[in-house]
Design a protein around this ligand. Structure first.
Ligand SMILES: [Zn+2]
Length: 167
């Protein structure tokens, strides 16, 4: 009962089916096709941004008011290149790198050892150098989604996709 109430209190956005996945209705097929076609990168999550959420609000799938896309990326150099290419005045991008025995510790942020790693192994940075980690590239618009801004949001996705395709 409690779990059900908690779930109901989290915003559940309107989704549609795309290639077997539930995606936010505002995401256009072409953006999904293009994001999924970037070689060496695998889309982990993508969110249209939700205008009815406040600054700290999240959806049941972890989305926020900001349009966002997260990738798993093979290869450190490509992850760095994607992160750099994604960044612009309207776009925040961070590379996080996972190591540890199960590759589930975030050891590095933007290529630098985290100063607050919640890990138990004092030698982790020696045992799991940046080059041996798997990498994620986390991209968010700096502009929250608002009603009636479809044209600006489309321009953001299309600009981002073009920069990523050139990375
Ligand atoms: Zn979403």
């Amino acid at each position: 009962m409690l779990a059900r109430q908690l779930i109901d209190s989290v915003f559940k956005p309107k989704t549609r089916r795309w290639k077997g996945f539930d995606v936010d209705v505002e995401l256009k097929d072409q953006w999904l096709v293009d994001l999924n076609a970037i070689r060496g990168a695998h889309v982990v999550s993508v969110c249209s941004g939700h205008s009815n959420l406040g600054p700290d609000g999240i959806t049941i799938a972890g989305g926020s008011q900001y349009p966002s896309v997260n990738f798993d990326v093979s290869g450190l150099e490509f992850a760095k290149a994607m992160t750099k290419a994604a960044r612009d005045a309207q776009t925040k991008a961070d590379m996080v790198s996972w190591g540890g025995p199960y590759e589930n510790w975030v050891l590095y942020s933007n290529g630098k050892p985290r100063d607050d790693p919640h890990i138990f192994d004092a030698d982790a940075f020696k045992k799991y150098p940046l080059e041996s980690c798997r990498h994620s590239v986390l991209i968010d618009s700096k502009v929250p989604r608002r009603d009636g801004d479809d044209v600006q949001v489309a321009a953001w996705w299309e600009g981002l996709i073009q920069r990523l395709q050139r990375a």
